[in-house]
Design a protein around this ligand. Sequence first.
Ligand code: S3P
Length: 454
Amino acid sequence: MNAHSPASPATSIAFSADGPLNGTVRVPGDKSISHRSLMLSALAVGESVVEGLLEGEDVLATAAAMRAMGADIARSDDGRWRIHGVGVGGLLQPQAALDMGNSGTSTRLLMGLVASHAITATFIGDASLSKRPMGRVTDPLGLMGAEFNASPGGRLPLMVRGICPAVPIEYRLPVASAQVKSAILLAGLNTPGITRVIEPVPTRDHSERMLRGFGAELSVEEDADGARIISIRGEAELKPQAIVVPGDPSSAGFPVVAALLVPGSSVTVENVGLNPTRAGLYEVLRAMGADISFANERIVGGEPVADLVVRHSTLTGIEVSSEIVPSMVDEFPILFVAAAMAQGRTVMRGLEELRVKESDRIAVMAEGLRAIGARVEELEDGLIVDGSDGEKLAGGATVKAHLDHRIAMSFAIAGLMSRQPVVIDDMAPVATSFPGFAEMLTSLGAHRRVVAID
Ligand code: S3P
């Protein structure tokens, strides 16, 4: 697969399984932790070393941007990444536009970093990223004093004019978004005084954990309503770190659901990060009757990690509580696939954020699932799925990935349980988060074939 080629018949792929999936696999490093490792290392004084970094296109976009702003970032032959940072406040003016590719996390977090430096940066991205809303970060960063020149609708291409010193703010998040929270905290790193983010609904806490690990003064309290109040003292000095990145629980969702669905399967996914703010999928699958056990539980780089031992299971539909959504916000496409083959009805609501991910994941999944014979009802904020009771779906359709890696991978897994092929028009986006996805699936016994489509 050539990840860089545009959509063409050569990248149209179908996956199938003619027997159980068996074996032990690993998934690449956690995407959220990988981005933050590079950004924080690039702001520390001295050499940080990162092991297990996700070498996907999204993270490489972050690396390229940090290099363009002065950091020295190199991959050693042993696979470790070595980063020499510029120090908080030391980012340099980039000489060209920062190309963020498909990566919303790179864009939003880096906008936070630029906002409190006296530099100007232009952010550009692919067609998917250029449709995504940026007002959610430009609003708070504007209150800190940064200026923005965005395309219509607050979208990319977008120019940020940072300011130093920026003004510390206290900001209550209007949407449950770790990206918005992190953008503000990262801007706060180089802002005098205390910058405070109030988070009514908890989201992934990697930024908090890692900022503390690098030596920033950061505290987390809870108010009377249970909201998290995160305070960071600016003008911090970050100390270089040795970081071990655990496997990505979002990527692990694909082999896990594959093993649950294909009869007779038994698969172990090793070294999966299970930070409670990320592990919602596994809780929901277990509530549906999934046989998933956590072996070899340990702490790696300050994050809980385990090997997931998964056996084919009869899944039963449930009503998924909307409170769990932030801890599995990226996992709904693959949960929809699991639900499509469960017994009975699965109801998922409170998913409005899915409409502004790499694609409109509610609409795109509903359309694709219907095309391959699943019974789904699209809601404004969710999806109702009536499962096939363990039967294969009809398949026999080509689905569009819409430049969305998780859509492409979800339909690859659906294809394993379809009577006719499920053809994915473009697998190239998978390289953003899961290089080696196809090889991982075939190592478990799945088949991959290239299909010519019109
Ligand atoms: C991410 C946060 C999530 C998630 C994205 C990665 C992060 O986005 O969808 O893939 O690393 O902070 P939101 O926080 O905007 O929901």
